[in-house]
Structure formats: C-alpha cells, structure tokens
Design a binder for this molecule. Structure first.
Ligand SMILES: Cc1cc2nc3c(=O)[nH]c(=O)nc-3n(C[C@H](O)[C@H](O)[C@H](O)COP(=O)(O)OP(=O)(O)OC[C@H]3O[C@@H](n4cnc5c(N)ncnc54)[C@H](O)[C@@H]3O)c2cc1C
Length: 494
C-alpha cells in the first residue's frame, strides 16, 4: 500500500464508483493429539450476507471503511481497475492468445506487451522483480498499516533438467535470504514448487512407481525413504496402468539430487527460522511431491517447530482420506504435520487428462462437493491443532469457508495468540477477506509471487487460464472496493 495519499480526479473516482469505467513462524505443540471427532456434515454454502450481525468472533465484511483503512485511494482505484480487467473473459482470452502467439517474436512488440502487463497485472498480482522491490512490497504490506504477512514465492514453473533445477535452487535459496533480511514475522513462509527443483519427467516416473506400490504392496522400491501415506484406496491410478520399469541408476541419482536440493532449502529455512510450504501440483506428479514433502517433514518437523508444510487440494475426491491417513500416521510417529489447504488450481487439465484416458475425473463432480470437502478438511485440522500437534494454513478466497473457519477457530479457542493457524490469499486477490480476517484477530498472509516479468509470465498465464472462474468471482471484492470508493467520494464532496 503506497504511503502517500494521492487524490485522484473526482470525475474518475465517480465513474469507478458507478461501475461505469470498468464494469514468526507458526509453531505447534507436542501435546497428545485431540480425540475430537471429525465433523463430516455437509454444509451448503448460502449466499454471502454482508449485513449479518457481527461479534468479535465473526468475519465482518460490511464495514468497508474499517476493511480498507490501510489502503490509499489511488491503490483502491488501481486495484479495482485491474481486477475488472482480469475478470473480463474476452480480454483474458485475447491476452493469452497474444502472449502465446508468434507476434511475441516481433522486435519491439514483445517489449510493448510486457510493458503493459508489467504496469497492470504484474504490479497487481506480483511483489516485484528483485529482492529490493519485493522487500519493499513486503514491508508495506506488513508495516504500512495492513499488518499482513508474506508467503514468498519465486514464481518459476517446471524444470526439465538438472541444470534448470540447480538454477531454480539458487533462486529459492535467495528467497530464503530475502525472508531472513526482512522484519521478523513479516514473512510467514517461503514457497517451493518441487517440479522446479526435480525434473518433471522424473516426478512422473516416481509417482508411477509409488502408485504401483500402493496397488501392489510387495512391489519393492529400494530407494524409498521413510514417508507418510501418500495415496488412499480411492486415489486415482489411471496414470499407471501397467507395471512401471524400475528407476535406472541415472534416475535414482537424479532423484537423490532433487531430494538434496529440497534438503538444502529446508536447512537454510531452519537456520533462517522461516518455514517452508510446498505447493501441490498435478495428480500425475503429486505422489512424488508428497513423498519428498513428507520425508523432509519427518526429518525437520520437531516438537513445537513445524518447518515443512505440504498442500492438500480439496477439489480431489481422495483429499479427505489422504489428509486423515497422513495425519494419523504422523501422529503415531510423533511427527507434527503442517498442512496448507487449498481447493486446487489445475481443474481443467486434470479433467482433460482423465477424460482423454477414458477415466472418471479425480475432481469432485460438483463445486458444492469441493466446498464441503474443503470445509470438512479444515474442520478436521482445526479440531486437531486446537488440542494437539499440527498447524494449518487455510488458503482460500472463499468467504463462506473463511466465515465457517473463523467461527470454529473461535469456538475452539484458536486465535491470534495461537500461532498454529494462518489464513492466506493470493496477493492482489480478496483483499477484503484478508483485512476482514485480520480484523477478526487472525494471522493473515498474502501469497506473493515475485521475479523478473518474463519468468513470472508463465505463472500469470497459468493463473489466468486455470482461474478463469476465480478471476470472475472477484465480484465481491470489486463491489466492496466500489462501496469504499463511493464513501470516500461522498466524504470528499460533503
Ligand atoms: C495462498 C494460496 C496458495 C495456493 N496454493 C496452491 C497450491 O499449492 N496448489 C494448487 O493447486 N492451488 C493453490 N492455490 C489455488 C487454489 O487451489 C484455488 O485455485 C483458488 O484459491 C480458488 O479456490 P478458493 O478456495 O479461493 O475458492 P473459491 O473462490 O470458492 O473458488 C472456487 C473455484 O474452485 C473451482 N472448482 C473446484 N472444484 C470444482 C468443481 N468440482 N466443480 C467446479 N468448479 C470447481 C472453480 O474454478 C471455482 O472458481 C492457492 C491459493 C492460495 C490463496
């Protein structure tokens, strides 16, 4: 949030308000796990009632003045303009077509397009190009009145070979350095994508072998280290229809290299006292990602300190069972688990792959089932962390999921003083929800991708493509921003 308040022209402010212009690291305890049972009731998501009576335990999205008190008018205007553009389907389609077209090879054209993207979407959704700019954004977000924390994500996508993996490793290690250099507790997590430090093809091979072993427990994997349960009996196995060849010596060596890269990041995070969250990706590689995540968690998560967090995607039909199995096994081993809970960002590609192979989609058949699964997984983890080991990041823009979790956390006595719960939204998305959760007394983070525009571009394109629904559901945010802009305009006139 910019520190200086710049007054926009009243005409511009008015047209925006009318919608004309654009339509400290979480810790856990080592006490015994709670025996509170899992609430598996199905919650229907009613329409959001902004006027619902509020108390200290509830999420108040009604008082826009309080919500946006730390945001300058200029920032509000820019944010609502960018969100409006991002929510326009044809505009996003056209942008993606241009970015993927041969036009980008034309001298000068690429620079113009990247310049436009940099001053609109990039500035809105990304923290900065380098350590300096990113640090400034994190400080503004944390100290500039907003009190939000950062999940730092060097936004690289997949790596194909060891050389790119090593390059990405250096970038992740620099990210840990950035986190260390910033004010304590302004950075909640460093984010890592396993497919950026271990070649994608190898992750697919390892996932195949893990799936095959799950179906045939006597199938021997000599290289396999201690881990937690990765798959459940309802996990999809259509990716692996016949017995996979064992890893070659070279593949085993590459897997070891990938694992060592992850351990190096873990070690640096440990020394820098900043936890690490590992993103979830496609189901074709997720078993290998969970395998590496859980084996590192077994090594690094100790007593009150949870260093390594994994991610569960609630849009998957097997999400709840996998979560329960992993939590239970970890509990028996005395390993505290950290979970980031998301709905999932690869829905269209997952559905396409399953249907191309002639199998049922691994994604819940309806969005309502995804909502229910998300809320049930959240409820399970909240019950566990309230009285036992574990920590939870509720990564969502869904207001109803936020509201349900706030109520339950309050009932269970989990609040600001309890460092085991963090809410998180993407930087540039659902600011109203972030501010509302912060006002309700919770720790809130923004997931902040950063890096040079050209590198972050594939991240932005993937987000735009996969999250068409998400971007168009920024309606609530835009509505709340317009309400606040109207209020400020009235204040300026009268
Ligand atoms: C901090 C943070 C970290 C994240 N990390 C990851 C990550 O590691 N891996 C990852 O995959 N994603 C990640 N995401 C993205 C996330 O998975 C979602 O894509 C995004 O947050 C939208 O979900 P929501 O909870 O905000 O819910 P909502 O705003 O309610 O969005 C729901 C969306 O879910 C989709 N959807 C899900 N299931 C169904 C279904 N059965 N039928 C139809 N539509 C469905 C729709 O597109 C809909 O727009 C992260 C998000 C955040 C905020």
């Amino acid at each position: 949030m910019a520190a200086r308040v710049v007054s926009p022209s009243k005409k511009l402010l008015k047209s925006l308000c009318n919608g004309k212009f654009f339509s400290t690291r979480p810790l856990n305890t080592s006490s015994p796990s709670s025996s509170i049972s899992i609430n598996l009731t199905t919650e229907k998501q009613p329409p959001i009632d902004l006027h619902r009576p509020t108390n200290t335990a509830s999420l108040d999205l009604h008082d826009v003045e309080k919500l946006f008190s730390s945001v300058t008018t200029t920032k509000l205007l820019r944010a609502s303009a960018n969100l409006q553009m991002a929510a326009m389907g044809p505009m996003v389609d056209f942008g993606m077509w241009v970015m993927n077209s041969k036009l980008m090879d034309i001298e000068g054209f690429k620079e113009i397009v990247l310049g436009f993207v940099k001053h609109t979407f990039y500035e809105h959704f990304c923290a900065g190009e380098d350590a300096l700019a990113t640090g400034d954004t994190v400080r503004r977000l944390h100290n500039g009145g907003a009190g939000l924390r950062a999940m730092l994500d060097y936004a690289v996508e997949y790596a194909g070979d060891n050389q790119s993996c090593d390059r990405n490793l250096e970038a992740f290690l620099r990210t840990v350095e950035i986190a260390k250099s910033l004010p304590p507790s302004s950075v909640s997590f460093v984010i890592v994508k396993i497919s950026a430090i271990c070649p994608l093809k190898l992750l697919e091979r390892v996932s195949d072998l893990l799936r095959w072993q799950h179906k045939n427990p006597s199938f021997n994997l000599a290289w396999k280290m201690d881990t937690l349960p990765i798959l459940s009996d309802i996990s999809p196995t259509y990716h692996t229809l016949k017995e996979p060849e064992p890893l070659t010596l070279e593949e085993e060596h590459d897997l070891q290299l990938g694992h060592q890269r992850l351990l190096k990041i873990c070690q640096n995070c440990l020394v820098s006292n900043v936890p690490l969250t590992i993103d979830a990706e496609h189901t074709s590689v997720q078993p290998a990602i969970d395998y590496l995540t859980y084996s590192s968690a077994i090594m690094y998560n100790k007593d009150d300190n949870i260093l390594v967090y994994g991610t569960i995607q609630a849009y998957l039909k097997d999400a709840k069972e996998r979560l329960l199995r992993a939590y239970q096994a970890a509990d028996e081993m005395g390993v505290p688990v950290g979970i980031k809970l998301v709905r999932g960002a690869y829905m269209s590609s997952e559905r396409k792959l399953a249907s191309s192979l002639g199998f049922e989609s691994p994604i819940h058949n309806s969005i309502q089932e995804t909502h229910t699964c998300y809320n049930n997984c959240a409820s399970f983890m909240l019950n566990k962390i309230a009285n036992g080991p574990g920590a939870l990041v509720l990564a969502t823009h869904n207001t109803e999921s936020g509201r349900i979790a706030v109520g339950q956390a309050h009932d269970l006595g989990i609040g600001k003083v309890n460092q085991k719960l963090e809410f998180a939204q993407l930087y540039g998305m659902s600011d109203a929800l972030s501010f509302g959760l912060r006002n309700a007394g919770f720790q809130v983070s923004k997931y902040m991708p950063f890096g040079p525009v050209e590198i972050v571009m594939s991240y932005l394109l993937r987000r735009a493509e996969e999250n068409r629904g998400l971007l168009s559901t920024s309606t609530l945010d835009r509505q709340l921003m317009r309400n606040e802009l109207k209020r400020r305009l009235k204040g300026a006139i009268f």
